[in-house]
Design a protein. Structure first.
Length: 270
């Protein structure tokens, strides 16, 4: 499924955003603070996260906030569009979001797509993605979780660093080009695992001893390596990242845009 356009009415700073058409591959929003970049990303996230926007995000003094997302193709098993259903409309006036189709007013889809692979539609990589602690639990449910933060990053790295995995080579190449070193997992002092850079013999450097830019990059790399026919919402990818690493990351995004759709917001026109 691709998001082909958006229309907003009385949502945060947008009194009226006429229908705006999107690219099937990469869309970049550049602007100052409070110019509405995050609002657009959160509006798209409504498809997967029902509280991404709510009535508190309506323009102050207005009671009929509306988000219309226009789409094409289907996302199985949850979402389908056809000649009569060209997308999704969300009213923000009842505490959360009420759903209807934007072209004929028909309602009938009250849920959201799952936040777990392989049935998720969206990978959110927004500004509030950081976490204080990482879960050491390494199992399938943790690796498949798509919550928009780094809680289960160790499980995702463990899955990617398995030489038998189909995405292993993509992950190794991304680490080499973007980070300049490889991150895998190692057994912790208790149960579970943690992410490390392995050195000689028993020596290793835990990811938690590295700069904030490392998990910031790894979280996105982990999702980029496994995604196919998905939508990425990426906010401020330049944060905590060296320009050389950022350039390599953007090259990977361009490569992955052949089969995925990207919405990227930034303060930097570079």
């Amino acid at each position: 499924m691709k998001i082909t356009g958006i229309e907003l009415r009385n949502v945060k700073g947008f009194k009226e955003l006429p229908k705006t058409i999107f690219s099937d591959s990469i869309n970049v929003f550049i602007g100052e603070n409070n110019s509405g970049k995050s609002t657009i990303l959160n509006a798209i996230q409504l498809i997967q996260k029902s509280d991404a926007l709510n009535r508190n995000d309506q323009t102050v003094g207005i009671r009929n906030g509306l988000v219309k997302l226009f789409c094409k193709d289907n996302h199985e098993p949850d979402l389908s569009v056809d000649a009569n259903r060209l997308g999704f409309a969300f009213h923000l006036d009842n505490g959360g979001r009420n759903f209807m189709y934007p072209n004929n007013g028909e309602s009938g889809w009250g849920g959201a797509t799952t936040q777990s692979e392989p049935n998720n539609l969206i990978y959110p990589y927004l500004s509030k993605r950081k976490v204080v602690t990482y879960s050491p639990d390494v199992h399938k449910a943790a690796a498949n979780a798509v919550f928009g933060n780094f809680t289960h990053l160790y499980a995702k790295i463990d899955r990617l660093s398995d030489p038998e995995a189909s995405w292993y080579q993509d992950y190794i190449e991304a680490c080499d080009k973007i980070l300049g070193f490889r991150i895998s997992t190692s057994g912790g002092e208790g149960s579970g695992k943690h992410a490390v850079c392995k050195l000689e013999g028993f020596e290793e450097i835990p990811m938690t001893s590295m700069g904030e830019g490392v998990p910031n990059l790894l979280g996105l790399i982990a999702d980029l390596c496994v995604a196919n026919n998905r939508i990425f919402l990426i906010e401020e990818p330049e944060n905590d990242i060296h320009p050389k690493a950022l350039k390599a990351l953007l090259s990977l995004i361009i490569q992955k845009s052949d089969t995925n759709q990207f919405f990227v917001s930034t303060h930097s026109n570079i």
